[in-house]
Design a protein around this ligand. Structure first.
Ligand SMILES: C[S@@+](CC[C@H](N)C(=O)[O-])C[C@H]1O[C@@H](n2cnc3c(N)ncnc32)[C@H](O)[C@@H]1O
Length: 231
């Protein structure tokens, strides 16, 4: 792969993203942090303490400072098809993570290398007929007790649809319904796959956010994640 779609957005990615989500009243860091905090909370409930984390489609490495905050024992590998995004990420985060190029098919690590994998808003940029094979490739590099977290925009939320429809780097995005993503994760061989809906209240209604923990079943959140166990 030579030049890929996100190479041209790498330098401006944060600024474009911040402008696109301004209706939420939150920053890109807010969205990056809640994901890693959720992963840390799920792993703590399962008594799992990851030492190697894969951020699949990491872009410019938004997750890196939040792994350091919420899962400090985990060494993070940021993987992406966009060399330019990886260069920007490496310049921002230095030795806090490893930045590795991916050819779009074979993750360049041995079987069982990672304890946890995150894919944050990546799969809607990948043709749907490639999802199951890529999820199986992520499963290959996970340890037998490893867990996968796939965060995605929820196409059932009207504000999410508006944000995606007005975002330059989402021009070719094809959103995925949560039940479809859960099915693909299971078809890729994961033993379990559960959906949790997230992000119901904008910054202006942040006092209501404690309620969100009891709303993860409600398919109206702006985003969702599928959490899966390899075995
Ligand atoms: C919207 S950005 C999300 C970046 C980051 N995960 C985040 O939360 O900010 C989507 C990323 O997916 C990457 N991507 C697209 N196709 C991919 C593929 N087949 N494998 C891995 N990453 C891919 C893009 O290069 C881009 O960096």
């Amino acid at each position: 792969m030579d030049e890929v779609e996100f190479d041209k957005f790498a330098d401006e990615y944060r600024a474009m993203h911040a402008a696109n989500i301004r209706l939420s009243g939150e920053s890109p860091e807010y969205f990056a942090e809640y994901k890693v905090a959720d992963i840390a909370a799920e792993l703590a409930r399962a008594n799992a303490a990851p030492r190697r984390a894969l951020d699949f489609g990491a872009g410019v490495g938004y997750s890196v400072p939040f792994f350091a905050r919420h899962l400090p024992a985990a060494r993070v590998t940021c993987l992406d098809v966009s060399r330019k995004s990886l260069e920007v990420g490496a310049a921002l985060h230095g030795s806090a993570a490893e930045f590795t190029h991916f050819d779009g098919r074979t993750i360049p690590y041995e079987d069982g290398t990672f304890d946890v994998a995150l894919a944050s808003c990546v799969f809607h940029h990948i043709p749907h007929d490639e999802h199951v094979a890529l999820l199986a490739e992520i499963s290959r590099v996970l340890d037998a007790r490893g867990r996968l977290f796939v965060f995605e925009h929820n196409p059932l939320n009207p504000l999410t649809r508006y944000a995606v429809n007005t975002c330059e780097f989402d021009e070719h995005a094809e959103l995925v319904l949560a039940p479809h993503m859960r099915r693909r994760v299971r078809d890729a061989g994961f033993a379990t796959a559960d959906v949790r809906y997230r992000i119901f209240f904008p910054h202006a209604l942040r006092r209501l956010r404690p309620l969100e923990a009891s709303m993860t079943w409600l398919p109206l959140g702006a985003q969702y994640y599928v959490v899966a166990r390899k075995s």
